[in-house]
Design a protein around this ligand. Sequence first.
Ligand code: SF4
Ligand code: SF4
Length: 371
Amino acid sequence: MSSQTRREFLRNAAVGAVGWGVGASGLSGAEDLGQPARAGKLEERNVLPGMRYHRLGRTNMAVSALSAGVTKAPVLLAALEKGVNFVHTASGYNNVPDVAQVAAKHRDRMFIAIKVGPVEEYLAALRVDYVDVLFLSRMGPEDARDSRGRHRENFERMKQQGKVRFFGLTIHHDDLVGTTRAAVESDTWDIIMPQYQPQLRAQLDPILAKARQKGIGVLAMKTLVNVPRGATDQEQAIIRTAMASGHLDSVIISLPSFEAMNRYVEAATTPLKAQDDALLRMAIAGMKGRQCGSCGRCSACPQGVQIAEILRCKDYYAGQMGDMTFAQAAYRELAESQRATNCADCGRCEGVCPEGLPIRRMLQQARTLLA
Ligand code: SF4
Ligand code: SF4
């Protein structure tokens, strides 16, 4: 490469090819997910061949197709070498020191997102001057709509102080679909990060398409929730089909090992395979009747127990991910009144659960395991 630096070459090839995405020559390609109005210049960090990148809505960040959730420093470093450039951390995730360790040398290669909490404390713990995204969480439709603009107002204050650049919402409320719709209708969020389970895609996809049209970046979390441990072919099919939906900019996944990270990178950067539809159906069938499908029908618990979130802590964080510390931390984020101890044993939730789950027994187990 004579007259252009490698970076310039990649940038020019990408913009020339698709107008806004990062892809084409040298990279794995980009899908045209729709261009936000008045899209600005892409902000590239750690753009490497082999990874795919999407414009993250109006943030203009070129985000890698795979983003890093909970992970340890050596795996995060290896992920950077694969072109991953977005990492999400939170004090409850136990990975702040790991992100700090990697950021000490590689801050300019990463977009760092934090979950709500004292921003100053995060900056000190991460040893950085600013973070790229602040995610709020645990909101239902009313809060997500932010009709009085209070969340946005608070955020703008932080933005003016130069400590946070963009504002996002993670969505795993019982009413996942309703909350996602409300967030997209709002003008508050630069990025949304809904739980994107296979069985909910039909309901979520039209809403996410609107998000893209409005210039809201879409990250998908917990795409692998409830997939049986060891079903790596199903995991990969879920990631490939998720990215092929055309509604996501990136899937954000915990990276528990080098091997898992490599597998997820491969899935996020390869086209659909012939067997993917069948594997996706198999995954959905495997979850049926055994695991919470986050349909939200039990969200009207008269005691206010956050059933789906508690089952997620028990079955996903503790069971599937095998991360008891994280599971307990996530459980303790719930208010006392929302925890399993507050169940009054009325049985109403079991009457509406389409999966026929023994919810009361499962809550009892969660209480023993996570309290
Ligand atoms: S059984 Fe418990 S969790 Fe279920 S609806 Fe009744 S109080 Fe809520
Ligand atoms: S009704 Fe059943 S499947 Fe739906 S969110 Fe509640 S526990 Fe999960």
